[in-house]
Design a protein around this ligand. Sequence first.
Ligand SMILES: C[S@@+](CC[C@H](N)C(=O)[O-])C[C@H]1O[C@@H](n2cnc3c(N)ncnc32)[C@H](O)[C@@H]1O
Length: 302
Amino acid sequence: MASNLCSTHSVASNVYEFVEEHGRTYHKYKQGKYVLPNDTEEQNRLDLQHHMALKVLDGKLHLAPIPNTVENTLDVATGTGIWAIEFAEQYPSTSVTGSDLSPIQPKFLPANCLFEIDDAGDEWVYSKKFDYIHIRFVMTCFPNPKAVIEQAYKTCAPGGYLEMMDGVFPLRCHDDSLEGTVLDAWAKSCHEAGTKMGRPWNNTPNYKGWMEEVGFEDVNERIFEVPTNPWPRERKAKELGMWFNADLQEALGASRALFIKALEWPPDKVDAFLQEVKDDLMKREIRAYMPIHVLYGRKPLR
Ligand SMILES: C[S@@+](CC[C@H](N)C(=O)[O-])C[C@H]1O[C@@H](n2cnc3c(N)ncnc32)[C@H](O)[C@@H]1O
């Protein structure tokens, strides 16, 4: 663990450096562990995705029934830290720690928020227990997500909560309008590339069972459908579709290196393919969506 506060490990000198590949930058600490970039384009995408997540939850930062006086909060794989910062502002009584492989969080922070560079796949060595642990949009991250949930259980205070929010790939559709499209091929290929790299993108439906197996109780799960563009009629779904479409447009560029590295496609083939996916993303006759699961469970008091 490399931390900007107290830690039992020393800060590796390369933690604050980035690696450049295929025109994008990537984390240098534990280089190669995470497949998506960490540059400004990607940071903007993560912030945009945060607003989509808020829209899914009708403006709420969480669903777990945590008290207003919640003390210690951990945001695992925090990204730009946007959720952690807003949570710290909303709950002044809490002390929020956000951790990530990439040092892409802002420097000027609320006094009750700090960030550290850490690999959540390693053993967690926090000196305190957390009353609330939040993990969001990590479907591309971990070779063994259940082990991360286990660490969260170990690190959670008795009576505390773990909350997770995540999507699932490939995309879904209630009719046959996604079938045979380039958009469908893209989502399936992303999942295939993730699988080749030991991180299949379809683990989220297993989270509930894993949370229960490691010991969380009263695990509550809700599944939302996020449309790939504003194809639905209903207002909230239409708005969600606009947010997710913008997110996906950015995600296409972030996925480019996956096709080159994991699937070994020539770069010009990838570029032509991604252009076709971009066109498909705008077609309202393709009524696709991604399920987003939101779950929370409590660590027993005993
Ligand atoms: C899609 S982003 C989600 C960011 C944030 N949770 C959010 O919802 O805005 C995934 C994040 O996980 C981080 N990550 C990937 N693997 C990790 C690991 N092993 N340990 C810690 N962070 C990791 C990445 O650096 C990236 O910032």
